[in-house]
Structure formats: C-alpha cells, structure tokens
Design a protein around this ligand. Structure first.
Ligand code: ADP
Length: 395
C-alpha cells in the first residue's frame, strides 16, 4: 500500500510553515517556510531529502496565495501529490466552539470567523491559509486542528477569571490556553514511555519555546494551563512578558503611552529580550550569561524561577503525578535551564541525574531524574504529526 501523506499548513500573519508528513513513520518528507509576506524580500525555503532550497516570492499580489500555489507546484515536481490524502491546518483559536479537530466545511469556516475576535492576529491569518488551500486542493478533504481544543476540559475554577461573571457571558472572557497540540502529544508519548494507559496518567507538561506554557494533565485531560485569554499570559517568554499586574498597564497609559505602545512592548519587547536588553533567543541568553552579562543572567533567573513556581503551584490539581515533561526548543535542549528548574523543586523530591540530563538533548527523549525519586523527563514535541494524524483519522 502506498504511503499516506498529509500536507500540514500553519499559516501566520506574515508567514506560512508547511510540511508533508508521512503518517506511518511520522517523518516530515518535506518541510518549509514562506516568510516576510507583504515585504519586498518575501521568500520561500524548504528542505527535501536533506537538501535546502530558497526562492523569492515574486508575485506582487496576495503572498499567502502565491506561497500556496508555489507549494502546489513543488509537491507536484517532487512527485508527492499522489500520496497526499488530506490537508491539516493549524488554527490558533477555537473558542468554546471547538473541543476537537474538525473537517473543514463552509460552516467550519463561519464558526472560525465567529471566534475571530478572540485571536484577531492569528485566526484571520489561519483562514487565509485555509481559503488558499481549498482553492489549490479542491478535491482533498481538509481538517482544522485548534491550539485551544485540548484545554476545553478545564474545569470552571481553572478557566474563570476573578472578574465580573457577566464579562464571560457577554464577551467569553476566560482562560482558553494554547499549545494544546504539543501538550497533548508529549503527554501521550510520556505515558507510552512509562508504560501507563493515558487515561490513568497525570503529568505537568512544560513547553518552553519562543512561546512557553505549562499544562497540568490529569488522567490524560488538560485541567489547567498557564496561558490565558491570550498567549500573553503565564510564563515569561522570548519576547512576551507573561503574567503582569494589570495595574502596570493603567500606570503606563497614564504616563502617556498609547495602548498600541503598551501592548507592543508586552508582546514583542518583553521576556528574555526585554529583561536582558540583548536577545529573545535562549541560546543567546545562555552564551551571554557565561560571559557574565548581567541582563542575561537576570533574564535566566526570572525565567527559570517562574517556570518552577508554576510547576509547584500545579501540584494542587493532582492526586498523583507520573512526571514533569520538558519540551519545546528550550525544554528539549537546554541543560542549564532544566537543571535550574529542577533545583527549585528539591523540596518536592526531584533530583537531577546529570548524565541523563546531558543525554536527553537534540531530539533524544529520556528521564532526567535519579532512579527511585519523582520523575522529570524530556519528550521532543511533534505538533505537525498530531495535525497529520487528526487529518487522517477524520477522513
Ligand atoms: P517556537 O516557539 O517558535 O516553535 P522553538 O520551540 O523552536 O520555538 O524554541 C525556540 C527556542 O529554543 C529559542 O529560544 C532557542 O534559543 C531555544 N533553543 C534551541 N536550541 C537550544 C539549545 N541547544 N539550548 C538552549 N536553547 C535552545
């Protein structure tokens, strides 16, 4: 039987990530990125059989559409088209409407539009990708996979803010949570690694990338998570502040800052970048810290302390805990960051196994705590694979 491939599309406001995933092996046969949409140096790059290529997007019209039609030509040229059975789209916000992945129909598109207010930067960009792909692949079934869907099992005490309840009723203001696909995937992989059925397994999943969030998973279901109404909440991130006293916003507005300046700062100039005054990239922070850079050292301290505080506060959600899972670019690779976080959890019994922590990097998974004690582990995430698997199971 021929291999079944799924074309996975993650369409952002100025970029489009794509991958062709082999649903049997889980490998990306082709992966690539269209970026700088709307700018002069808009381009598309991809990797196929170990070789990288890049071309400019010369079309002056809609760059999302141009990128998708280049993608159609590319998969045709590479002879992949016949094996592609479905297209899977990442959609950031599903509101309370979407609790799982769905086949895309006219109604689905209307429902995604209806929750657009909740993610005004992301959902319209996701829809651009969906519309362009529907036009380009009219005969293929297409599926939407939501970042928020996994967290729809959270109880009201976890998703309700301490504000007037009518704001929830009127505007749907509540905690939604994001990174659901990643927390879902790594918790399933962790249960496999520990040889436990997922519906009897509980984890605290710590996704640390440019965006970062912690999720508590009880009996396989999300019961709380650190991101909130928007992906700005919770942990400190590459450029996002994470949780902050809302009084700071009022203070800055009264100082004459505009609303756009305040939120641009909180979203794009805070986190590692803002605290260090240097870079949003964790590797840059760690390198600078080694050279004694004070801002980088402070950024490392604030970041790791806050992650550890979130982990320990989530103990209240659980009767038992099978493991803390580290994932995302930082969680999968950074020895000093994992080490520092585990150090804060010593009262809970966590003891880093230094050799194991060193080994579980660059794509390797593994348990990184000493035998006999509570478990922390590293599991590389694979959101594209979840999207591909959902796309196949729904057709
Ligand atoms: P995104 O959230 O954009 O998907 P990633 O999950 O790829 O991001 O994570 C990007 C982050 O991972 C960056 O801060 C990068 O510095 C960090 N990272 C990647 N490799 C390493 C490493 N070896 N050590 C420390 N941090 C790393």
């Amino acid at each position: 039987m021929a291999n079944k491939f799924v074309l996975v599309i993650n369409s952002g406001s100025s970029s489009l990530k794509f991958a062709v995933i082999d649903t049997i092996s889980g490998e990306a046969v082709l992966s690539g990125l269209g970026e700088c949409f709307g700018l002069e140096d808009s381009r598309m790059s991809w990797k196929y059989q170990g070789e990288k290529k890049e071309v400019a997007i010369t079309d002056e019209g809609n760059h999302h559409q141009a990128a998708i039609s280049m993608l159609v030509d590319l998969v045709n040229e590479l002879g992949l088209t016949e094996n592609i059975v479905s297209v899977g789209h990442r959609v950031v916000h599903g509101g309370e409407t979407f609790t799982k992945s769905v086949l895309i129909t006219e109604q689905t598109i209307k429902d995604i539009e209806a929750v657009q207010d909740l993610a005004p930067l992301h959902n319209p960009a996701n829809l651009l990708g969906i519309r362009a792909a529907l036009e380009a692949f009219p005969s293929l079934p297409q599926v939407a996979v939501f970042d928020t869907a996994f967290h729809q099992t959270m109880p009201a005490k976890a998703f309700t803010g301490g504000i007037a309840h009518e704001l929830y009723e009127k505007y749907a203001i509540r905690r939604y949570g994001f990174h659901g696909t990643s927390h879902f995937y790594v918790s399933r992989e962790a249960a496999k690694m520990l040889d436990k059925p997922i519906d009897k397994a509980s984890f605290i999943s710590v996704h640390l990338g440019n965006g970062a969030s912690v999720c508590v998973i009880k009996d396989g279901q999300s019961v709380d998570t650190s991101m909130g109404f928007t992906p700005l909440a919770g942990l400190m991130m590459g450029t996002r502040s994470g949780d902050l006293d809302p009084g700071v916003i009022e203070f800055l507005l009264k100082k004459g800052w505009t609303q756009d300046e305040v939120f641009d700062t909180l979203n794009k100039k805070s986190g590692f970048l803002g605290v260090s005054g240097l870079t949003s990239d964790a590797r840059g922070i760690l390198d600078a810290m080694e050279e004694g850079h004070e801002g980088a050292t402070l950024a490392f301290e604030v970041f790791t302390y806050r992650v550890a505080k979130f982990i320990s506060s989530y103990m209240v959600c659980l009767d038992s805990l099978d493991g803390i899972i580290f994932t995302g670019g930082i969680g999968e690779n950074s020895l000093p960051i994992r080490s520092k976080i585990l150090g804060y959890l010593k009262l809970l019994g966590y003891k880093e196994d230094k050799a194991a922590n060193e080994a579980a990097r660059f794509g390797a998974s593994g348990i990184i705590t000493e035998d006999g004690g509570p478990i922390a582990m590293v599991i590389p995430t694979n959101e594209e694979l979840v999207i591909a698997q959902d796309a196949v199971s729904l057709i």
